[in-house]
Ligand binder design. Structure first.
Ligand SMILES: C[S@@+](CC[C@H](N)C(=O)[O-])C[C@H]1O[C@@H](n2cnc3c(N)ncnc32)[C@H](O)[C@@H]1O
Length: 357
């Protein structure tokens, strides 16, 4: 049985007394009973049970409770039991829970819009599973369920359509020094990336570069994020060939933002786009624009040396990402567990039936 705290009104109304010496709140409880149980019709400190009733305890127990300070007397001389608020477990939980909230300034917050409080998942997991069981959250978002399941000694599986959610979960787990898990289905090829929803693609690029996401998702003059440390604007285009016009518009955005450098990331660029970059570099107020291809990002993973023949701007940007990764003491995922191992661990739990203890 799990309990929630009493409502304030309930406490005010029912626990009306406060012990002067300790400040503990208590309510008075009847010491008589309807049915006799042994020798319970005696006179005690000049008082007798109400008519037709009996003491609820033997004389010895009444004496002991008085000595322990658990009994006091009404003005009428009738003894009553002191039931302390801090000894009550609370209200047995019902199916509407209003006592758990994720507050605006909570340290738990990860910026995920629908994030749930950990205490809520703790309650659900404790009520519905035992240590060693598998917890499944098929819409796991930023991973509150799986993070709490891990902490509570459960195995877990999380699913989400969003690779961004998976990266948030990886960071959340690593922050708790949890590395022994595997993420499947992340975009790995240019084709995977072509299929992503636009914001997912944008998030992927900015995350790979360890950049800072633009606070606004739309209408930021095409600035989707900023490079690590130097905070130069980055525009992300999920198109095959970015042309001259896009570069030209981006130059204006970079100048307006007060930067001398900026980057566009896309699958490819036209000759006109490269010409525009050269023109901007030799203008009277020179501007450096890096045209970075998705292939450059995919071909230069953090755990291998940067490829030769990268354009200077791209090399610089990727080096910044590596510095950022090192700073965040980035740790690679442990080797993937073999499919058979995973299958075996799943078979250990009967699916569809949870046995009562
Ligand atoms: C309400 S959120 C979950 C929030 C989560 N409980 C938490 O505390 O972070 C719902 C999630 O479902 C995911 N989602 C939406 N459609 C989906 C689908 N078809 N398959 C898997 N996940 C999906 C969304 O990406 C979103 O992260």
């Amino acid at each position: 049985m799990q309990y929630g705290p009493f409502e304030e009104d309930y406490v005010e109304e029912n626990y009306r007394y406060t012990e002067a010496e300790t400040g503990r709140r208590y309510r008075r409880g009847d010491l008589t009973a309807a049915k006799p149980g042994g020798d319970v019709s005696y006179e005690w400190h000049g008082a007798k049970p109400y008519k037709g009733r009996y003491w609820a305890y033997s004389r010895e127990n009444m004496d002991r409770m008085l000595a322990e300070g658990r009994i006091e007397f009404r003005k009428t001389g009738m003894p009553v039991f002191k039931r302390y608020l801090d000894e009550q477990p609370g209200v047995p939980l019902q199916d509407v829970w209003t006592d758990i909230r994720l507050h605006a300034g909570s340290g738990e917050r990860l910026g995920y819009p629908t994030q749930k409080p950990e205490a809520l998942l703790e309650r659900i997991i404790a009520a519905s599973s035992n240590e060693g069981d598998i917890v499944l959250d098929p819409f796991c978002g930023c991973g509150t369920t799986v993070a709490v399941a891990e902490r509570m000694g459960r195995k877990w599986i999380g699913m989400d359509i969003s690779p961004t959610a998976m990266r948030v979960i990886r960071r959340r787990m690593n922050r708790d020094h949890v590395y022994d898990f595997r993420i499947d289905g992340m975009p790995e090829t240019a084709d995977d990336l072509r299929k992503l929803e636009h914001f997912e693609f944008q998030n992927w690029v900015i995350d790979v570069l360890h950049g800072k996401h633009s606070p606004r998702k739309v209408g930021d003059m095409g600035i989707d994020g900023f490079s690590f440390f130097e905070l130069d604007p980055i525009q992300v285009k999920q198109v095959e060939r970015v042309g001259r016009e896009t570069v030209d518009t981006f130059e204006t955005a970079v100048r307006r933002a007060g930067n001398q450098k900026g980057y566009i990331v896309a699958f490819g660029f036209t000759g006109g786009a490269w010409d525009e970059v050269a023109r901007a570099k030799s203008a009277s107020h020179p501007l450096e624009i890096g045209l970075v291809t998705v292939a450059d990002l995919l071909d230069n993973p953090l755990d291998s040396p940067l490829r030769a023949n990268l354009p200077d701007m791209t090399r610089g940007l990727l080096e910044l990402a590596r510095t950022a990764a090192a700073k965040a003491s980035f740790r690679q995922e442990p080797p993937r567990r073999k499919a058979e191992e995973l299958a075996a661990s799943l078979e250990a739990v009967p699916i569809g039936g949870v046995e009562d203890d």
